[in-house]
Design a protein around this ligand. Structure first.
Ligand code: 5GP
Length: 183
């Protein structure tokens, strides 16, 4: 039986993963894995669309019940991938994409060694900082925390099957689409 592909997309905060995912969902029949998080919704984010926004207690209950494929803490919040839809979609020969940070991606690779891991890198850390400031969704303290996490994450990029530098969003999206189509 043919199974769908499991695509994992990582990259530092502000690198443009969200835009790349939105672009490729518009052109490929692929299931987007909605993560669960304890962070508060940003303006415009909706529960069950961008994330499942839950309390810390609820998240810990999900961990205990074994409902998460992987989870990690990032900037003092939990983030995790609900198990339920993933296996179902892969068995229906539908590919799945999940946008997660590096520790989670490593866990996924252990469970699904055939998963395709793609890392989106910024042209430079300076550029990343400008993008985060321009996005305006975090305070400067939070931006600095995210930048120091980014520097750690960039060191882990070699673990990935593919690294794409996002210096042009259309170019980067096309590269991700080609990887998915050809792997
Ligand atoms: P943000 O707060 O910017 O939405 O996400 C922060 C980080 O958490 C990003 O690197 C994002 O990719 C990651 N993330 C989102 N969902 C998950 C998940 O389900 N598991 C893990 N391990 N990381 C996630």
């Amino acid at each position: 039986m043919n199974k769908g592909k499991f695509i994992v997309l990582s990259g530092p905060s502000g690198v443009g993963k969200g835009t790349i995912v939105a672009n490729l969902l518009a052109s490929l029949p692929i299931h987007y894995s909605i993560s669960m998080t304890t962070r508060s919704p940003r303006e415009g984010e909706r529960n069950g669309v961008n994330y499942y926004f839950v309390t810390k207690d609820e998240f810990e209950k999900q961990i205990k019940q074994g409902n998460l494929l992987e989870y990690a803490t990032y900037n003092n919040n939990y983030y995790g991938t609900p198990k339920d839809k993933i296996e179902e979609k892969l068995n229906e020969n539908i590919s799945v994409i999940s946008e997660i940070e590096v520790k989670g991606a490593k866990q996924i690779k252990k469970i699904y060694p055939e998963a395709i891991l793609i890392f989106i890198a910024p042209p430079s850390v300076e550029e990343l900082k400008n993008r985060l400031i321009g996005r305006g969704t975090e305070t400067i303290d939070k931006i600095n925390e995210r930048l120091s996490i980014a520097e750690e994450e960039l060191k882990e990029a070699t673990f990935y099957d593919y690294i794409i530098v996002n210096d042009d969003i259309k170019d980067a999206t096309d590269k991700v689409i080609n990887i998915i189509k050809n792997s």
